[in-house]
Structure formats: C-alpha cells, structure tokens
Design a binder for this molecule. Structure first.
Ligand code: DAH
Length: 343
C-alpha cells in the first residue's frame, strides 16, 4: 500500500489545474466522497495495527498535499477571474467623453478689457471690496450729504465708516496714495449696492475703472482711449458718444454711450433690430468718465497745478450683455449650466 500512496502523491503533484473544470476534476478524482484518497482511508481502517502504524503518516501527508493544492488553486483561479487585465478589451468602443467647463462670460469680458488696455500701456490694479468711507466717498469729493451715501444705496458694515464698496473708484484713491504720476492703470472688480434684484439691477455686479494721471493729460486723451477701446471690443464700426453728466470726482464729467449700429450702414448689432436696448436712439450707455477733479488729486497728495488726469468707470455686466445679447442680469449669478455652456 505504501507504494500506491507514493504513486498517488506523484500524480497529485503532477496534476495540472488551469481552469475551473480541471479544478473540479481534481477534487472528484482525489478528495470527494468517492475519490481515491477517501477510499484509501476506508481501506486503512481495516488494516492490522502493525500496518496502520506504518502507513498513517504517509497517508495523512498525501491528503494534506491534495487538500492544500485544491485550496491554493481555488484562490488562484478566483483572483485571475477578477483581474480586469484578464478580460478582453474592446478597442472599438468609443471613449467616454470628458466634460470641459467654459470660462464665465463675465470673466471672458473682464479679461478682454484688461488685455485691450494693457496693449496701450495700462497696468492692472486691484483693491479691496470692504472699504472705508474715506476711500469710497470722501476722498472722491462726495459732498457730506450726497444721496449716494444713504442707506438705500450702500451696504454698511460698521457704523457708517466701513462699507462694501459701491464702485471701483476706491482703487483710484488707493493707487494715487501709493504711487506718484505717471499713473496709467485699469482696475476691474466686484462692487455692491443695496438694490432690489431684477433683470436690470443686482446688488452684486462688476465694474472696470480706468485712470491716467500725468502732466498734460487732456479730455482728448480720454476720448481717443475710449474710441480705441470700443472699436477693439465691439468692432471697427462702433462709435462712442460723450454726454455731459455729473460725478463728484470728475470735472467735466460725461456719460459714455456706444452706438448699436441702428443708424449706421451695419444695422443694429445688439438687439437684432428690436430696438429694445437702445429704445430706438441707436445709442446705449456703458459707463461714466471725466477729468479727475482737482480736489481728488489734492486728497491723494498729487499737485493739481502740475498734474491732470482722466478717469472712467464702466459696467462689466453691461458690456457683456451688449456683446453677447444677454437680456437678464440675474443669469450671470445663477450658474445655470445651460446658460454657461453657451460661452
Ligand atoms: N464710479 C461711477 C459709478 O459707479 C462710475 C465712474 C464715473 C467712474 C466717472 C469714474 C468716472 O472713474 O470718472 O457710477
């Protein structure tokens, strides 16, 4: 019987298992109820004690080798079945598309504005959104009881001294306090006003401020700069109109209009001829401008006898609405992807 045990041990060791079927064949042949090794144990029971003593150990060893092999091969085959690389790869399947985001339309316009001005020598400046009354109003020559300071326009934070800036003109003040002329800067940023939200007004919006202070800066420089800007951003045919206006921080002051093309050979470029933006006039307002008031220069320790300057402030939403024919201001802040995907 010892010879048979040794012979079977060799077979067990040599048995090749590479599939589930072979694994099952192995189990049935050696370990199952009617397997060779099980039958050997049956036979063992009826042997005389002398032989039992001799054969017990080799027989147990045979069983152990067979059971261990079964276990090892079972885990090996299971692992192989779950390894993805073992599965065939279908190279003809289309790739899963990557969703790409787009740059927010306001950011796009913001960047275009900064680029247009930087090409004509304006550097980029920024200032804080939480501001003092001095930088937002007083240094800008707002009279003590000017209506713009009243609660309905301004979000105050601490008393009446600390507030959310209502325009980007605060950066002019900070800049002129920090640097001496020549100054030629463009200052985009977010501003806040205590307004009821509607299609035409929002409590949060964006402006871009421009400032040029040097010897002999004139209103002509202001006009040429804005003519250039409008043509670059809205197209060659675009014209700019200045209407007399009032701002405490500029003298003289003007409102800036751009032509929508209604009365030009191109025809309306902004509202598709429905006249609902220009109200039939052919002109739309995009901001304010003027010559920096001597008081403002003096408040920033710049001598108004030596230096002059121009400034302007434009609404970035306004510009984006005109450029992309957007009818409702609220779309900019709602982050509806159906809107954002169009840019
Ligand atoms: N700060 C003004 C506003 O918010 C816009 C403005 C007008 C800015 C004239 C200027 C300017 O720098 O010169 O309505």
């Amino acid at each position: 019987m010892l010879d048979r045990i040794n012979e079977i041990l060799k077979q067990v060791e040599a048995f090749s298992i590479t599939s589930k079927e072979e694994l099952e064949q192995f189990r049935l042949k050696y370990i199952a109820k009617k397997g060779i090794i099980t039958l050997l144990f049956e036979e063992f029971k009826s042997l005389p004690p002398e032989e039992k003593r001799q054969l017990g150990q080799p027989l147990n060893q045979l069983k152990e080798v067979a059971v261990n092999k079964l276990k090892a091969k079972t885990t090996e085959l299971e692992a192989a079945a779950t390894t993805p690389l073992q599965k065939p790869i279908d190279l003809t399947l289309p790739v899963v598309p990557h969703e790409l985001g787009t740059i927010h339309p306001l950011t796009q316009v913001w960047e275009q504005i900064v680029e247009i001005f930087s090409r004509i020598g304006f550097n980029l400046e920024e200032g804080p959104e939480i501001e003092t009354d001095w930088n937002n109003f007083t240094a800008l020559n707002f009279p003590e009881n000017h209506p713009a300071r009243e609660m309905q326009d301004t979000f105050f934070i601490e008393g009446k001294e600390i507030l959310l800036r209502t325009h980007t003109s605060n950066v002019q003040i900070r800049l002129m306090n920090r640097r001496k002329p020549p100054i030629r800067s463009i200052m985009p940023g977010r501003v806040y006003r205590n307004e009821t939200i509607s299609a035409r007004a929002h409590c949060i919006f964006h402006q871009v401020e421009g400032l040029y202070v040097d010897r002999n800066v004139s209103f002509l420089d202001l006009k040429q700069t804005l003519y250039h800007f409008a043509k670059e951003l809205f197209g060659k045919e675009t014209r700019v109109r200045f209407r007399p206006s009032y701002f405490p921080f500029t003298e003289p002051s003007a409102e800036i209009d751009i032509s929508c093309g209604l009365n030009q050979p191109t025809g309306c470029q902004l509202c598709g001829g429905s006249k609902n933006i220009c109200k039939g006039t052919g002109w739309v307002e995009i901001g304010g401008a003027g010559m920096v008031h001597p008081n403002v220069l003096a408040n920033c320790h710049i001598d108004p006898e030596t230096y002059t300057g121009f400034a302007f402030g434009m609404g970035i939403e306004r510009i984006a609405m005109l450029k992309y024919h957007i009818r409702d201001l609220r779309l900019f802040t709602e982050n509806d992807v159906r809107f954002l995907r169009q840019f």
